[in-house]
Design a protein around this ligand. Structure first.
Ligand code: ADP
Ligand code: MG
Length: 917
């Protein structure tokens, strides 16, 4: 036996078993059973329990009605779906009627308070067939609906990259589908809607067309299935949203630059692990857009760089013109600043959830459009002209709102004069209203009770109130209804009759008004394509003007793009690091690579330099400049000539990859393998200290093999930062490999980072200097310096092994650091010994110097020296160094003690005496 309330709850819950049911009880939404536990955990609500009589106690977590959104946000962020069940009849006797009034899922939001203003929220569907796959996605708040086929060997990688780009809030998969990339969990749906044939039919029915040719997916059954799965899901959870899907764009991933999830993260495009402006990475630096739509578009552009020279040229032309026209730009941006979120307002008009105030916001936005158009008239860049022409002020829509929708203080939603029936109904009760409004005055005169009042409350409706001292004057026809301490409340039959007339009419007025309001929204929805066209043009103009604004404020220039495979940047800067350091303290650097030439600038740069010198910054800066150029933005440099890159890959060696934390060597290798599989001759590959995650020799060998493969087979442009100075020997073997190093200056106190890239390999790793900077005790670093000198003076086992293993020559390190000046690094910054050996010179045999005769090494010391030799000081933390020294000391002392013992034993002395000595 369960109580009726419990029965009602269970029945409703059964309708949407996959959603958390928020069950309205008075001023609270309550959740029960497992739902309550989830809500308590994921929305941080106190968990209690409720007694359902004989049904027993069940877990309960409740939230106040008014705080619903706060908790919804938390639950949606954790991927939950929520069904809101409200009381639909007045509380009275017996069980209150309840119904599920809305279902909220993370991927189907249109409520502005649940959405991020400058970010799209996507619902995606993945359809995986035998050899192919397809991905569809929609932002129901803006109507953006797109689908792409994913074919060939790149299929899985492309799917992972697209999911990484979109970051969907919800992903639909069919029951039989394989696991999603990156371990993401999908919302599992039946297979049927994913079916290609039926899917195509569903799409045709939705769009009311005979063929899908206009949408470009007529021959792509899996794509149709994916898109149809989205329609199917919306039909089940929120059919109103279907109206917002007015079109479907079929795109192909190879029309855009591919950026895998790893690269997006490494480059900190939209999110920065290390802060940056608002923790938004590159986006935080370049997003000076004025509108929400512009902000969203900028984010999309940033995650989907172009490959099409003409399209990029068009963007750059438009930006250049905006840059030159600074006064016009300022005026346009001031207008854009006043523009509302036309895209989402339209979406909500279509879904029928927009309020009168927002409709006036929409109207006000449209009113700005003509002024903006006029302002942009002098601009002649073809893209700007096209966009300007698409700025449709949608006059009919604006006028409709003005005519039909009441202003904020008019009490109603529909403006008087718009609809005769409604006006008639309102007029019809005007008499009754004035009668009641006048009642107080009339009755005061008639009864001579000056303090008589007419009031209203929800329970009794209208009443007449007489204070205790005046009770004797109460007219006989008054009927007593309620007694308070200081007064009595009455009604009269006449008052009740007028009241009933008003109440009846109000009900009718409200339903008529609802219908008119819905009709107005329907008329606006019919204008949606025009409204959305204007919204799209506004967003693009905003972004182009933003690029110009950023270029002016931050000193960016127009990049020159071509179809070649060159990469020539003069005085490039890292956009986010530059913004984070003090003004003008960022040191710009050049790069010159060219994969097209065999003997010119080279295609691969091997970058060496001590820790903290600026290697990673330089590598990322090159990638970010290329990326900015290919979204149509200007770039932080003095000049840039860039051959379009089809992909940018970045990999960061395991130990350098702070964000990932748990990265392992295996992951690093998997990722490196992926690059070698997916990169093409047009790609840009950034490898930052890969091979670190393993023992030195393995890492060195792998690093070398990777460089050789990129050099010989791929021919892609590549920057490779490494602490393996041994790799410099590759310069001999690989004609398109160039070496550069980040310079440091050595002075009395240690080293100064110059952050300047100079040709040639770094002379040494400066590990001890870095250790000194890190605060390792002077005695330790001095001792380490001594050890190092010894090691360098002697044959170093690591080098020996490296040479033995690889057969290439490593020049002996120089004792003195190369001369370096901060201003102009001299060419002789490359120590002669490190310069590539002349091709004719025979590989020099590794020199094994005789060990100084003074020290005859025992096996223990030999082992210790080997260990130190194999040690990568760049890679060693101060703590590890101390531990190591400690270990060395322990072993040496143990040996000395043993020696002493042996000697003592030989001399016949007791052991105790020896130690006392
Ligand atoms: P590495 O990868 O060689 O260890 P990073 O690239 O991480 O070095 O740079 C270390 C720090 O040096 C950065 O956090 C930044 O503050 C600073 N830095 C790097 N490059 C520059 C530069 N070109 N100008 C000014 N500061 C820089
Ligand atoms: Mg680094």
């Amino acid at each position: 036996m369960v109580t009726p309330a419990r029965r009602q709850y269970l029945d409703l819950k059964e309708q949407y078993p996959d959603a958390i049911l928020f069950f309205q009880i008075g001023d609270f939404y309550e959740t029960f059973d497992d739902d309550a536990k989830v809500v308590a955990r994921d929305a941080e609500v106190h968990l209690t329990s409720k007694d359902f009589g004989r049904a027993g106690r069940v877990p309960l977590a409740g939230v106040p009605l008014r705080a619903l959104d706060t908790y919804l946000r938390k639950l949606l962020a954790k991927g939950h779906r929520v069904a809101v069940c409200e009381q639909v009849s007045e509380a009275g006797h017996g069980l209150v009627e309840r119904a599920i009034t809305r279902i909220i899922t993370p991927g189907t939001l249109i409520e502005p308070q649940l959405l991020r203003e400058r970010e799209n929220t996507y619902l995606a569907a993945v359809n995986i067939g035998r050899n192919e796959a397809a991905l569809a996605y929609v932002d129901v708040s803006t109507g953006e609906f797109a689908v792409t086929p994913l074919r060939g060997p790149e299929r899985d990688a492309a799917l992972a990259a697209e999911l990484g780009r979109l970051g969907p809030a919800e992903i639909l998969t069919s029951r039989d589908a394989p696991a999603l990339p990156n371990g993401r969990l999908g919302t599992v749906r039946d297979r049927a809607p994913f079916d290609g044939e039926d899917g195509a039919a569903a799409l045709r029915a939705h769009f009311g067309v005979a063929s899908l040719e206009g949408y470009g997916c007529q021959d792509l059954p899996l794509a149709c299935g994916a898109a149809a799965a989205i329609l199917d899901y919306l039909r089940e959870y929120n059919p109103r949203l279907l109206d917002g899907l007015r079109g479907l764009a079929t795109y192909h991933t190879d029309d855009f630059m591919t950026l895998d999830a790893q690269t997006r993260r490494n480059l900190e495009l939209v999110r920065s692990g290390r802060g940056g402006p608002g923790g938004r990475g590159l986006l935080g630096v370049i997003d000076r857009s004025e509108t929400a739509g512009g902000g969203r578009l900028l984010r999309r552009w940033l995650s989907q760089p172009l490959l099409d020279l003409a399209a990029l040229g068009a963007r750059h032309d438009a930006v250049a013109e905006f840059l030159a026209a600074s006064a016009l730009r300022a005026e346009s941006r001031a207008l854009l600043d006043r523009v509302g979120d036309l895209e989402r307002l339209t979406g909500r008009a279509i879904a029928g959830t927009i309020g009168p105030r927002e409709l006036h916001g929409l109207r006000a936005t449209l009113a700005i459009v003509p002024e903006l158009r006029d302002g942009l008239a002098p601009l002649v860049a073809p893209l700007t002209v096209t966009l300007r022409e698409r700025l449709d002020p949608c006059a009919e829509a604006g006028e409709l709102v003005v005519r039909a929708i009441a202003g904020a203080n008019e009490g109603r939603r529909i403006r008087p004069g718009y609809d005769a029936e409604l006006d008639g109904l309102i007029d019809g009760i005007r008499e009754a209203r004035t009668w009641i409004a006048d009642l107080e005055r009339r009755e005061r005169e008639r009864t001579r009770i000056k303090s008589l009042k007419v009031g209203y409350n929800k329970i009794f409706g209208y009443y007449l109130e007489i204070t205790n001292p005046n009770l004797p004057l109460t007219p006989p026809e008054y009927i007593r209804k309620q007694t308070l301490t200081s007064c009595e409340r009455y009604i009269t039959p006449e008052l009740k009759e007028f009241e009933a007339r008003i109440a009846d009419a109000e009900g009718q007025i409200n339903s008529v008004e609802d219908a008119i309001y819905a009709r107005v929204l329907g008329e606006l929805a019919a204008q949606a394509p025009r409204l959305l066209g204007t919204a799209a043009a506004l967003a693009q103009l905003d972004v182009l003007a933003t690029f110009a604004e950023v270029a002016e404020r931050q000193g960016y220039v127009r990049p020159h793009l071509d179809q070649g495979r060159g990469l020539h940047i003069v005085a490039g800067r890292h956009p986010t690091v530059e913004a984070a350091v003090e003004r003008h303290t960022f040191i710009p650097n050049d790069i010159a690579l060219d994969a097209d030439e065999f003997d010119g600038d080279g295609a691969i740069m091997l970058l060496t330099g001590p820790n903290m010198a600026g290697k990673s910054t330089y590598l990322r800066q090159i990638a970010l400049i290329v990326l900015l150029a290919q979204i149509g933005a200007f770039v932080p440099a003095q000049s840039a000539r860039i051959g379009i890159a089809d992909r940018i890959f970045t990999r960061v060696g395991a130990q350098d990859d702070l964000a990932a934390g748990q990265s392992t060597f295996m992951v690093e290798m998997l990722e490196t393998a992926a690059i070698l599989h997916h990169a093409t001759a047009r790609s840009l590959i950034i490898l930052d200290e890969i091979g670190r995650g393993t023992g030195t020799l393995d890492g060195l060998a792998i690093a070398r093999a990777v460089i050789e493969d990129i050099h010989d087979r791929l021919g892609a442009r590549c920057l490779f930062a490494t602490h393996y100075h041994e790799l410099l020997a590759l310069l001999d073997a690989l004609p398109r490999l160039r070496a550069c190093n980040v310079t440091v200056r050595e002075d009395a106190d240690g080293i100064v980072f110059l952050h300047r890239i100079a040709p040639g390999g770094a002379a040494r790793s400066y590990g001890i200097h870095v250790a000194r900077l890190a605060g390792l005790p002077r005695a330790v670093t001095e001792r380490a310096a001594l050890l190092l000198r010894d090691l360098e003076a002697n044959a170093v086992p690591l080098r020996q092994l490296a040479e033995g293993a690889s057969g290439y020559t490593v020049a002996a390190p120089t004792a003195a650091p190369p001369p370096m000046t901060p201003q102009a690094p001299e060419p002789e910054a490359i120590p002669p010994a490190l310069a590539p050996a002349p091709a004719s010179a025979p590989p020099a045999a590794p020199t094994l110097l005789p060990l100084p005769t003074a020290i005859r090494l025992s096996a223990i010391e030999d082992a210790i020296l080997d260990e130190i030799a194999a040690l990568d000081l760049v890679d060693t933390t101060p703590l590890e160094a101390i531990n190591l020294l400690f270990g060395v000391q322990q072993r040496l002392r143990a040996r000395h003690a043993a020696e002493a013992q042996v000697q003592n034993a030989a001399k016949g002395r007791p052991e105790a005496e020896a130690s006392a000595r």
